[in-house]
Design a protein around this ligand. Sequence first.
Ligand code: MG
Length: 262
Amino acid sequence: MVHHYAHRLRLGAGLLVLLAAATLGQNSLAQQVPSLDQWKVHDKDRAQPPMVDPGPAGAPAPPPADALVLFDGTDLSHWQTTKGKPARWKVENGYMEVVDGAGAIQTKQGFGDVQLHVEWAAPNSGDGQNSGNSGVFLMKTYEVQVLNSHGNKTYPDGQAASVYGQYPPLVNASRPPGQWQTYDIIFRRPHFDDDGALVRPARVTVLHNGVLVQDNVVLTGPTSHKKRPPYKAHAGALPLMLQDHSEPVRYRNIWVRELDGF
Ligand code: MG
């Protein structure tokens, strides 16, 4: 009997701990997900990030030994359309280039937490959002904007290295159009419980041409045009996607290191 009683006590204590953890989890979640209500989406009153000259572009740096190379300048074997068809972007001279109308391309493999290196070059193809627009979509859902933001003004949360519609970069480290630029991105995926409720939002850190521009910011949900939709539960691994925004943006030297979850 004593043994049974002790067992029940332990069970009871365990339940209490679980309940306390669940309550704490809810409270801390409310604090974790920022509303950003002080800024409307694409708010033009937000300050334009100051320009920082990152120095001249260099040759592509070799990937680290444990990286998975997603594009080495020769072929699109790691990529496909969002419908699973062969990717039709142009590959030449060591880079790939968006083909207007070919659609976004995405990796065949899915990823969750990653360190990602991407090099890109944006043409001066128009004004505002139509000047070398593309985008690096983590998990097909969360966009780090690619845009010509050198002498091309747009709403701050939509310029190069912004988390689109949410966070302008801390500074504008853009190189002139046509020059190669780098993103180094550390992304921590969102977590959802079995009922699809958010238990931990996504976070991202971005270096643009080696300059810190996003410092572990907490995403409000998927990135979107003119709205900030809430999180919607999704798998723990989803493809990396590059956007076709109808402008001939180039990419090269794309590699990823999968990070352990925590
Ligand atoms: Mg874009």
